[in-house]
Design a protein around this ligand. Structure first.
Ligand code: FDA
Length: 385
């Protein structure tokens, strides 16, 4: 740490993007500290040893962006396949395309409706609830898409995601429920989409290969922070509340549990992600990782599936999605004030800002921090030195 011009806490996309840019653009030495035994943060992937199938260890990661700068930037480090994400959902014994689109609506109501007719039907169902009288998530969802679609696709899934009856969840948990009045069932509508040709691990490792970047794994920043020389800036991408010893209270998160299994068949579900909307099935979705890379050679007689379960995070769990209640926002505002008063620490990334960020957003935000904050700061240091 003594030789570092910059210390980065956390080696996810945010931290590694900062480290790579500061090394390659500013010629500064960066030490990245990572608590886990591998770099890469939550986008990390590994080959399942028995099948060689790439599994995203902390949940499926699909890259998509409409940000031209990010797209140009990331392609310096990886090529992308032409993968386009599509999701299906099982509800009461039938399989439907997601997000809800004309195909879903026609199949569900057993009709042949065009866009305008489908819109009119959903509007008619949604009119059951006056949007001004909404007091909970269930009412809000019905006011958006009507009761029949809500009960088939949203109620059970939401109950499992939050382990709470949707009538007891605040309406603010959802602002919109996307319904597409076309047969387009692509999950993302961004201009660019794909998966890294040789996997996430290879991409993330390439970000760390610059001679001026050292990534040290199995080190918790809080065990070594006294060794950071005075005046050396720190980019911190760990949990914001942890940095301040939870002094303002804990920010609440949802976590996921994953149950991975190798099955003795070539194809389990015929698609990468199947949602389970019914409350009596305990998992929210099943990922079958071979389908993310149809261009690769995979065993014909084995496949890897991962069942995903969702629940509120306890102190020892991995924080995945910010819950972001009104109480969380009040606590967050206090932490933000304290963060702004730390002269040498820059808070960034998903955990450091208590924000759900897609990969492209984390990368865009890291590039902006390098431009607007670190470049002036580290260049100023050089002149003074
Ligand atoms: P990230 O969490 O990746 O990295 C933070 C790192 O800091 C971790 O490695 C952690 O161990 C380390 N750390 C924390 N405290 C520390 C300490 N005290 N000392 C040392 N190290 C410490 N995005 C997308 O574009 N498409 C997708 O499909 C998905 N899917 C998805 C699924 C799930 C379940 C989640 C939770 C997230 C996604 N994402 C996603 C979002 C994606 O994971 C996210 O954009 C990146 O992980 C953001 O990178 P960060 O660097 O901010 O955090």
């Amino acid at each position: 740490l003594a030789a570092a011009d910059l210390v980065v806490v956390g080696s996810g996309f945010y931290g590694l993007t900062v480290a790579e840019r500061v090394a390659s653009q500013l010629g500064r030495r960066v030490v990245v500290l990572e608590r886990r035994s591998h770099l890469g943060g939550n986008a990390w992937s590994e080959r399942e040893p028995e099948t060689g199938i790439e599994v995203h260890r902390y949940g499926a990661h699909l890259f998509h962006t409409s940000n031209q700068r990010v797209w140009d930037h990331v392609r310096q480090f990886t090529e992308f396949t032409g993968y386009q994400h599509r999701v299906f959902s099982v509800s009461k014994g039938q399989t439907y395309p997601m997000p809800i689109n004309l195909g879903t609506i026609n199949q569900f109501f057993g009709r042949h409706l065009g866009p305008e007719q489908a819109r009119a039907l959903v509007r008619e169902h949604a009119a059951e609830i006056d949007p001004d009288q909404v007091t909970n998530l269930e009412d809000k969802a019905i006011s958006l898409i009507g009761r029949p679609l809500y009960e088939a696709f949203v109620r059970g899934y939401t109950e499992k995601q939050w382990q709470t009856d949707p009538r007891e969840l605040p309406a603010e948990v959802i602002s919109r429920l996307p319904v597409r009045y076309t047969f387009d069932n692509r999950y993302f509508s961004d201009r660019y989409e794909g998966l890294p040709v040789d996997g996430y691990a290879a991409w993330l490792q390439r970000l760390a290969t610059h001679a001026l970047v050292d990534v040290v794994t199995d080190v918790d920043f809080f065990d070594v922070r006294a060794l950071v020389p005075a005046g050396v800036p720190v980019v911190y991408t760990g949990p914001l509340d942890r940095y301040f010893d939870f002094g303002e209270g804990r920010l609440s998160w949802r976590t996921l549990d994953f149950e991975q299994e190798v099955l003795p068949i070539g194809d389990f579900q015929g698609c990468p992600v199947m949602n389970y909307a019914d409350p009596d099935v305990p998992w929210t979705r099943i990922h079958e990782f071979r389908h993310f890379h149809p261009e690769r050679e995979h065993p014909a007689d084995r496949t890897v599936v991962v069942r995903e379960y969702s629940r509120s995070a306890e102190a020892a769990d991995e924080p995945y999605y910010p819950v972001n209640t009104a109480a969380d926002r009040a606590v967050l505002a206090r932490y933000r004030e304290r963060a702004a008063a730390e002269p040498d620490v820059y808070f960034g990334g998903r955990l450091g800002t208590y924000q759900y960020l897609d990969m492209h957003m984390a990368i865009a935000s890291a590039l902006t921090t390098v431009d607007n904050v670190l470049t002036p700061r580290l260049t100023r240091t050089a002149v003074v030195a």
